[in-house]
Design a protein around this ligand. Sequence first.
Ligand SMILES: [Zn+2]
Length: 179
Amino acid sequence: MMTDERWNAIVNCDAAYDGQFYYGVTTTGIFCRPSCKSRTPLQGHVRLYESAAEAIADRLRPCKRCKPDGMRLPDEEWVAAIREVIEARYPEPLTLPVLAELMHGSPYHMHRTFKRLTGESPASLLNSTRITAAKQLLLASAMPVREVAERVGFPNAAHFATVFQKAEGCSPSAYRQQQ
Ligand SMILES: [Zn+2]
C-alpha cells in the first residue's frame, strides 16, 4: 500500500527502503527499487509490490538501471518494451532522450542495443510509425495537414513535411491527392 513514507522513499531514491518494497510504473511496464535514480514517475502511475516476484507476476519487467534483486532484463525484452512504448505513445512529443529516460537507459545504449537486435534505430521506428499513422489519417479524413502532423507526434508541421517527403517521395497533400 502506498504511504507518504514510501512515496518519499521513491522521490528521494532512498536506499534504506531497498528490499522492503518495489514499485512498478504502469505506463512503461518497468519496476524498480526505491533507490532507483530514474525520473520520478507520476504517483497515479505507480503500483507497489512486496517482492520482485510479485512484480514479475504482474507482467512488469525489471529496470535496466537499478536491477531489482539483481535481475537482468534480457536485451530482447528491453527492445520489445521499447517497441511497445513507441507503438503506443508515438502521438506524444517523444524524443530519444525522453524515450531513453522512460525505458531507464541512456540514449546511446538504447540506440545501440535496439539497432543491434532489430537492424533499425529507435528513431527510425518512431518516424516510420508516425508516417504510417499519418498516411492513414490523410486518406481516411479531410483533416488539415498541420493537424495530421500534430496528431502523429510532429508538433512542427514543416518538420513533418520534410520527413514525409523523404519517406514517401511526395508531400503529404500530394500523397492525399494521388490516392
Ligand atoms: Zn530502476
